[in-house]
Design a protein around this ligand. Structure first.
Ligand code: BMA
Length: 311
């Protein structure tokens, strides 16, 4: 039975390579934010050389987007950022704190993949701040609040002993991160047993921080990427109050099953609305952008009533 937790928008996919006014092969894995009454979509595109750049699209309603004429962020050509971005910039997440937008993205190079932090106030200009992880790290989401004066983030280091688990780390200044610990691990013979990783920037709810993450299951036909939910304590986000025991979204539409990489739904952003719903955005098969809506209360309920241990 198809998922009813997330209601897919009937106009999906909402953005494809054909909508982009410069040459790209894909449009996917977008960080999302509302700014100045507009929905902003900071999306990843593969160029036809297989390396990625970030573009920006805007919308009045969260469904119909138009893309700016030029890319928003391309690999740096000079300075210390150039060496670590040479293979591309990918999978941005946006977090609004203190009137500034923090953008974390994956920077690929001959040295591996690591996370860069950039900032903007207006989405017209962007300032690169620092690399905030060493390789090998992808998928960093920063909480939009501080905890005892420290920023907190969910990240996803990788080791053979503890493959692809989610950690929390803290920072006094957004640049130097530490005090890390594992908060959530893949569970054997479960839909996300191979890998889990941070997805959308966590959403504050009265019952905790709602985190929509991705989980991967390996099959004879390759990996399947799905989305799930976990709830973190409001004051101590290192404490997980519940992880929903089932996925909330899996590849079902044709453009999620077939594309650049088949069988992928992957999120980097969701926008909570005043009416208690959330607009969830995901890349379909690493090729197109899609949107659906869900009730925030229902997602929180799932974490608490249909839950499994976080580790
Ligand atoms: C991950 C990342 C994502 C991508 C996913 C599915 O490892 O590369 O950007 O969406 O694989 O291909």
């Amino acid at each position: 039975m198809p998922s009813s937790i997330v209601t897919r928008y009937e106009g999906n996919p909402i953005l494809t390579a054909e909508d982009v006014p410069y040459p790209v092969a894909t449009v996917h894995n977008a960080g999302m934010v509302k700014h100045g009454g507009k929905y902003l979509m900071l999306f990843r595109s593969h160029r036809e050389n297989g390396r990625s750049i970030l573009g920006l699209a805007e919308s009045d309603d969260g469904f119909a987007f138009s893309v700016r004429p030029e890319p928003f962020l391309v690999p740096s050509r000079d300075g210390r950022f150039a060496e670590y971005e040479a293979f591309g910039v990918e999978d941005p997440r946006i977090c609004c704190v203190g009137g500034e937008y923090l953008i974390t993205y994956s920077a690929y190079s001959q040295h591996g993949v690591r996370i860069a932090l950039a900032k903007t106030r207006d989405f017209d200009s962007i300032e690169r701040i620092a690399f905030i992880s060493q390789p090998d790290m992808r998928n960093v989401v920063i909480f939009p609040k501080t905890f005892d004066g420290r920023y907190a983030r969910l990240d996803r280091p990788h080791s053979e002993i503890s493959p692809w688990s989610i950690c929390i780390s803290y920072s006094p200044d957004l640049v130097h991160w530490g005090d890390s610990r594992v908060v959530m691990k893949p569970v054997t013979y479960h839909w996300d047993e191979m890998k889990i990783g941070p997805g959308a920037t966590p959403i504050e709810t009265p019952r905790g921080w709602l985190h929509i993450y991705h989980g991967v299951f390996d099959t004879m036909d390759g990996a399947v990427y799905r989305l799930g939910v976990a709830l973190h304590d409001l004051n101590d986000p290192a404490t997980i109050l519940g992880v929903c025991d089932r996925w909330i979204l899996q590849p079902e539409d044709p453009w999620e099953i077939t594309g650049y990489v088949h069988n992928v739904v992957f999120t980097c952003g969701a926008i909570p609305e005043d009416d208690g719903t959330v607009k969830l955005y995901w890349g379909g098969a690493d090729k197109v952008m899609c949107v659906g809506t869900a009730r925030i209360d229902e997602l929180v309920d799932l974490c608490l009533t249909d839950s499994r241990p976080a580790m």
